[in-house]
Every structure is written in C-alpha cells, then in structure tokens.
Design a protein around this ligand. Sequence first.
Ligand SMILES: N[C@@H](CCC(=O)N[C@@H](CS)C(=O)NCC(=O)O)C(=O)O
Length: 247
Amino acid sequence: MLKLYSFGPGANSLKPLLTLYEKGVEWEHQFVDPAKFEQHSDWFKEINPRGQVPALVHDGKVITESTVICEYLEDVFPDANPLRPKDPFMAAQMRVWTKWVDEYFCWCVSTIGWARYVSHIANKMTEEEFENHLKNIPIPEQRTKWRRARDGFPQDMLDEEMRKIGVSVDRLEETLSQQDYLLGDQYTLADVCNFAIANGMDMGYPELVNEEKTPGIMAWLTRIKERPAVQKMFAHTKKEDLGPAKK
Ligand SMILES: N[C@@H](CCC(=O)N[C@@H](CS)C(=O)NCC(=O)O)C(=O)O
C-alpha cells in the first residue's frame, strides 16, 4: 500500500507526484488542504510530526522529505522508468542538483512566495485566530515564517532572496542552454526536483525567466511539460478533484 499526502501539484509536493506518475505504479493520493491548515492538524501530525507535506506511507511506514521520498520511490521501483543514473559519478551529480534545490533554490523561491501569497492567508485571520493557529505549528522556524507572513518580511531579507533567485536562474540557464536535461540526455530526479520549484517562474518572475533571457530554461520547462507522465499528472491531480482530506 502506497499513499501520498500532498498539497497537490506545486513546490515540494510536486516532486513525488511527478515521480509516482513516471513510475506508473499503483498508489493513492490524499490531498491535505492548506486553506484549512490540515498540515497542522493532529491527524496529519500523527503522520508527519513536522506538520509539513509531502509524506508518503508505504506498508505502514512513513517517509518524509520530498527529495528523500523521490529517491525512496526510485529504490523501491528501480526498473519502472529509471530516474537516477546507474553510473555512481552521474548519480552523485544528480544529488548535487537535488541538494542544491533543497538547500538553496527552494528557500529563496519559498520566502518570496510566502511574502506574496501566504501573507494573504495569514492576514485573513483575527489576532486571536492567528495566535491560536501558531500553537499548532510544530517547527519554530515555520512559526517565525507565519509571523513574518502576517507582519511583513524584512525588506533586506526579501532583497537578498530575490538576489538568490537571480543566481539560481543563472545557474540553471548556464546548464540548460547547453543540454536538454540537467545531467545531459537523461531525465532524472535532478530535473524532477528543480522543475518542481522552477515551474511557473516564467509567470511569477517574468523579468528573470523568459524566452529572451533564459531560452534554455524555457525549452526545458516545455520539454518536461510535454512528457506523457507529466501531462497525465497535471490532468489528474487537480486540487478540486481530490476533495477534502479525510483521516
Ligand atoms: N524539506 C521539506 C519541506 C517541506 C515543506 O516545506 N512543505 C511545505 C509545502 S511545499 C509545507 O508543508 N508548508 C506548510 C507549512 O509549513 O505550514 C521537504 O522537502 O519535504
């Protein structure tokens, strides 16, 4: 039994969704509704005490951390459309890319996303609702992030994160202007994990990601979106189709 808990096709949740569709295995999806803060509910924290998605449950065992989930799926289903190079050196290069997403690229995009979008959710609550809600958030750093989403992020922090987004875009373009995928010809978890964060940047950051400045990234995004598994995933994994999360 394989069950994924996720916010649907975006950011960290997108990584295992893409991997599961590429693998074509039997699995079940449970949508965790961020609008209802279901990631901080007691039932979900029993699955992931950190109160974050995605989380995978396989035969009663819980696997967390989006990139780790993808590697786990690769280990359990190695023959179904391999997404990790067999060559140890190339596998190491893949992990340099996935580590970079998790430690650098994802964070700057996330902070700007919180300032732009999560701030609206945080500001809809009354002071009392907000303070009560904070008590359900298990990670102290996430509590700070929620507070900043409500009160405003320091401008120097936003400037620095925007600078890092620029660095990230340049790094991706440098490679993708020369080859189809991040490791060359093979589509791997390096692409899955970077795509999960980069998808939509042409709309969110049109001044940075566009046909003129970053043709390599644009072609790579299109190439990935044209993959049958990716098309199927986006067609099937709509938030509204999944309904509210149930225990
Ligand atoms: N390092 C974790 C990060 C997970 C994460 O940040 N999840 C976000 C969604 S992309 C989340 O659950 N945010 C809700 C919250 O923290 O309140 C991973 O890669 O899985």
